[in-house]
Design a protein around this ligand. Structure first.
Ligand SMILES: *Cc1c(COP(=O)(O)O)cnc(C)c1O
Length: 392
């Protein structure tokens, strides 16, 4: 099928919830993919932070295909090795105690929200169910995670939303302290707001939030769906901040391309959810978990040190480009603030024409390259991006 035929077919039958860019992806290897006509593109998007090992990493392909040919699914009423092993690796890596597997970021956050309410119900009874989240946050598209998302554009059409979410300004500790009341059970945040514009929270603020949560017995829930699994140069962004949340959610990068999410529970929350109180058919799927195991094994400390080096290289090069006002974010989670009235969406459209795939986040151009990208691919992508900036 040509790109033209594919686009027509998709337009005719796929629900128009995505404003797709003019690009059909046929296959890829490493951080480079190809359209049906054979044109190459350097991928600075990783499918929004998903393809942590790039396209079709050989070890990942081997693990998932071997598992697909062994046992591809059995219900959660039974045990499978990939699920148990991945849970063990995640606990060892993060210091958390238990894992609930699901299929997406929103679903992981649903699990975290239910956990926060149940923890409080078990200990304090009814009425202590409010969750404080941050303005400009993004936590997903389900009813509860939309309700937890602190952006007015998402609070539309689908009324009524889930009750008892309240929002405070990121970085404003006094406002948070004032918002905590009898009803509050948890604080939920992203350490680097991704969809909100690639904005890293201030470390002193984050540590003060953790302290406040400890004092008031509020659960600290950190949404690492985008920041987790090596994206910021540490396995969890929490490590940059020196915090130990009660609940951490991950998704995107852990599956490396297959749908996989997880809720990680600390000491306080490890036994909050009991038999029959939460579940999902596909959670802990052996094929997805076999792939997740490869991600954890490949992203060792040496690989994460390389991620930090490459991120620094990319950031320095970006700062030298014309029409770049500032570079934000953390590690390989990069926001580019544009100068000279350049428009992010336009830059991305032209960048794709030039052979590199960036993303947008609000008014910024956003880069989430595969963690395994090579320096040659970084240079090639930067050159294409520079041409796009010049044309925009
Ligand atoms: C992408 C994202 C989500 C939602 O994940 P889905 O897999 O799309 O449901 C939630 N939180 C954050 C921080 C995200 O970046």
């Amino acid at each position: 099928m040509t790109s033209e035929q594919l686009q027509a077919l998709d337009q005719a039958h796929v629900c128009h919830t995505y404003a797709r860019f003019n690009l059909c992806v046929d296959h890829g290897k490493g951080a480079t993919c190809y359209d049906p006509e054979g044109k190459a593109y350097v991928d600075f998007s990783s499918g929004i932070g998903v393809n942590s090992l790039g396209f079709c990493d050989e070890d990942w392909v081997r693990a998932v295909t071997a598992q697909a040919g062994k046992v591809q699914h059995i219900s959660n009423l039974f045990y499978t090795e990939p699920c148990a092993v991945l849970a063990q690796l995640l606990c060892q890596r993060t210091g958390m105690e238990k894992v609930f597997f699901c299929n997406s970021g929103a679903e992981a956050n649903e699990g975290a929200i239910k956990t926060a309410r149940k923890y409080s119900f078990d200990k304090y009874g009814r009425g202590r169910q409010e969750i404080i989240a941050l303005e400009n946050s993004f936590h997903g598209r389900t009813m509860a995670t939309l309700s937890a998302t602190g952006q007015a554009v998402y609070h539309n059409f689908f009324f009524p939303f889930v009750e008892d979410f309240t929002f405070v300004e990121a970085g404003n500790l006094a406002q948070l302290e004032a918002a905590v009341g009898e009803k509050t059970c948890a604080v939920m945040l992203e350490l680097v707001q991704g969809e909100g514009g690639v904005i890293a929270l201030d470390p002193d603020y984050v540590r003060a939030v953790e302290q406040l949560c400890r004092e008031k017995d509020l659960l600290l829930v950190v949404d690492e769906v985008q920041t987790g699994v090596g994206r910021t140069g540490k396995f969890l962004a929490c490590e940059h901040y020196g915090i130990h949340p009660d609940v951490v959610t991950i998704a995107k990068g852990i599956g490396a391309g297959l749908p996989l999410g997880a809720v990680l529970f600390g000491e306080k929350t490890a036994s909050v959810l009991g038999y029959g109180q939460h579940g999902t058919t596909f959670g802990g799927n052996p094929v997805a978990c076999a792939g997740g195991r490869v991600v954890l094994e490949k992203l060792d400390e040496a690989q994460l040190a390389l991620v930090r080096e490459k991120a620094q290289y990319l950031r320095e090069k970006l700062m030298q480009l014309p029409h770049v006002a500032a570079v934000t974010g953390l590690g390989m989670m990069i926001g580019i603030e544009l100068a000279d009235g350049k428009e992010a969406k336009k830059v991305v459209e032209l960048a794709i024409e030039e052979g590199v795939i960036p993303l947008t986040a609000k008014s910024k151009v956003r880069l989430l390259p595969p963690l395994t990208i090579t320096y040659a691919e970084l240079d090639q992508g930067l050159e294409a991006l520079a041409r796009a900036l010049a044309r925009a």
